[in-house]
Design a protein around this ligand. Sequence first.
Ligand code: XMP
Length: 534
Amino acid sequence: MNTILILDFGSQTTQLIGRRIRDLGVYTEIIPGDAELTKEILNSNVKGIVLSGSPESVYGDGVAPDKKIYDCGLPLLGICYGLQRMTYDLGGKVEPLPKMEYGRIEVKIKKVKENELSKKFLKGFRTNGVCDSFTAWMSHGDTLTKLAPGFIEAGISGTNYPAVLIHEEKPWFGLQFHPEVTHCEGGDDIIGAFVFGVCGCDASWNMELYIEELNQSLKARAGDNPVLLLISGGVDSTVAGAALLKTLKADQVHLMYMDTGLMRKNETEIVRASLQKLGAKNLHIIMCEQEFLSALKGKEEPEEKRRIIGDLFITIQEREVARLGLPDNYILAQGTLYTDLIESGKGIGKKAHVIKSHHNVASPLVDAKRKAGKIIEPLDKLYKDEVRKLGRYLGVDESIVGRHPFPGPGLAVRILGEITKDKCDILREADAIFIEELKSRKGSTGKSLYDEIWQAFAILLPIRSVGVAGDVRKYGWVLALRAITSSDGMTADVYPFETRDLLEISTRITNSVKEIGRVTYDISSKPPATIEWE
Ligand code: XMP
């Protein structure tokens, strides 16, 4: 399978480079910027290398790539810091700009002497074969003050700094701007010109191929051993389950799911039905609401609640796995995604910042199995939307594949303060109405509000307020609604509802859930707020 390797020097947009190239149908792998370029890494599938941006500078803390990169003969594309790095390493000069170039900036393409390859690259910048100018997106404080030998300036920024570089002989290219960012006009064409024109990749990365390869690798890893997958009911673990059921024998696959009592309305039934439809034979549903609610009794502090839940998950998981009586050589499967590994600092892109720790990467059971080499992660090469694509390909219900994310600790982080069964029931009911309304209402794009929104849910506040119901005084709970748009949950904007939608949803909730007296809408973006309330 044709692969483009991406050297990660720590830019926030490295992931985006990977996404863009995969969207063009070519497989990508991200490795640390200073990784040793061994024969295994530079295997015959690798057709080109992208050097990413970085928050550092070449004369500061920015790391250097393995020098073999300049002898390996593969096409190179340096983006921002990647270009500066190539320039610096190859005998050019990089210096600070008097003023940082940031945001949308015009780039003009010049007429220069081209060879066969640079012609293919520069084709990505042209509309109807005419040299053009376009709006790019930049974020850099350094510039090239002397090009490295052999490089030609093929484009300049509106502020007269080198913006597009080609090499007169080698398949080396550089961009001072970020073609991976959506604000860059024609960014996909530029990336495509490198990937297809220069590197000669074909667009063969699709879910059929993924399943075919997974089939072989999972069979080789698991053999006839039992495989256990812990299912949360979310998209990732359900699709991982579907992938196991598709590639291994159904008898061999054990799926374990815990109903903590902190789940959404009818969650367990939905999960059971969807896994059975996918052919699950060994489905172990553990009902442990009582254990969770007793452990959480009287606890109000968010971090303490999270810790109790995390610990209990592990205790029950170990107890139930032991109870299953699987042989020691059983394999543990996880729905870990490519981005999960990178975010938790365990993946190949160790330069990317560690943003949050995921419980599925860090339990003692998982660590022990990982040490013993008995973990399989069938989705570990996929981004979230590729997981959805795979799920659809494998026949997972749309109601699961298109689902909003749901946090591991469940309703516990959406019931502020102490958790009781009554409060869980009230929140479950209100949340279900909110979600049902979002699914049945259309947004401005013609999609349902639910599909336009990245994540939506209700939060039960630990306060009550006075109202009237009929002619009677009511002292009901206050409910908050949250709906956000986001691309990855790292930042979020508030979803701009039509007022009418909010009013009607609020009325239905207060009419249907008698314990709720008042509904508010959370209008905080992230940052400064987080998506969840606790
Ligand atoms: P925050 O609240 O950190 O949420 O802005 C970002 C995204 O992560 C989800 N989230 C969690 N997911 N375990 C999870 O599996 C957790 O402890 C957890 N906390 C937050 C949240 O729902 C949102 O999608």
